[in-house]
Design a protein around this ligand. Structure first.
Ligand code: 5RP
Length: 238
């Protein structure tokens, strides 16, 4: 999928930011376009915003773009959270965590007023988890036991994410990631989410259910936007 579609989606979302807003800054190549565009707007339009970064890489990019940063705080909700996704279905249910930032992304997502997801058309699916495996962050201690437990509870195959085939990939929080492969996709995302949330050793999973407000799909020509009715995409996780 061309970079232009991602650029259109990311920049469209960045153009929705208004003066004084606290912005959630997502992780990945599509969110990166939004961060760069926000930096541009701060310079050219004197836009005044602050960001909450969801990963070390988005923090670095935001610094380069000149966006002042703060950590999530109880006194201040994020006005607008812009992030990418690995898959999105018709109800705005998502798989995230391809970049390994799912825990911080979910923390920011649940503390945001409005959550905008920016994708290219290849991310739209009918059934989640058929083409893209579901990332799950786990505690390194006993991770192989946890992985067997996950496999049994979710009827999936858990593959440890590595760097170069041997060294486990480590998240910004010091966790490991297992990518869950489901033979025919995830038929009931709410049940899988609730099951994973109940397992000892699991830190967080990449199912984002009932969190997305707007799906922005970039194309070569521009963007398509879709408001999500969250009542039909409710999560049982809350
Ligand atoms: C990182 C994520 C990203 O949003 C997701 O992987 C999409 O990335 P990209 O925009 O590069 O396709 O969830 O943890």
């Amino acid at each position: 999928m061309s970079d232009l579609a991602k650029q259109h989606a990311g920049e469209y979302a960045a153009n929705l930011a208004e003066d004084g807003m606290l912005l959630g800054l997502g992780t990945g190549s599509t969110a990166a376009w939004a961060i760069t565009r926000l930096g541009e707007r701060m310079q050219k339009e004197e836009l005044n915003v602050t960001g909450v970064a969801t990963s070390r890489s988005s923090l670095e990019l935001a610094r380069q773009a000149g966006i002042p940063l703060e950590d999530p705080s109880p006194g201040r909700i994020v006005d607008l959270y812009i992030d990418g996704a690995d898959e999105a279905d018709d109800l705005g249910r998502l798989i995230k965590g391809g970049g390994g930032a799912l825990l911080r992304e979910k923390i920011v997502a649940i503390h945001s007023q409005r959550h905008i997801i920016v994708i290219d058309p290849s991310k739209k699916v009918r059934v989640l988890g058929r083409a893209f495996p579901l990332p799950v962050e786990v505690v390194p201690f006993g991770h192989m036991v946890t992985a067997r437990h996950i496999e049994g509870a979710t009827r999936s195959r858990a593959v440890l994410r590595t760097v170069g085939g041997e060294v486990p990939f480590m998240t910004d929080n010091g966790g490991y990631v297992y990518d869950l492969h489901f033979e025919s996709g995830i038929a009931d995302p709410e049940t899988v989410a609730a099951t994973l949330a109940s397992l000892v050793g699991v830190v967080e999973h990449g199912l984002f259910l009932g969190l997305c407000d707007v799906l922005v799909t970039g194309t070569e020509e521009g963007v398509q936007t879709k408001e999500i009715d969250k009542t039909t995409a409710k999560t049982r996780e809350a």
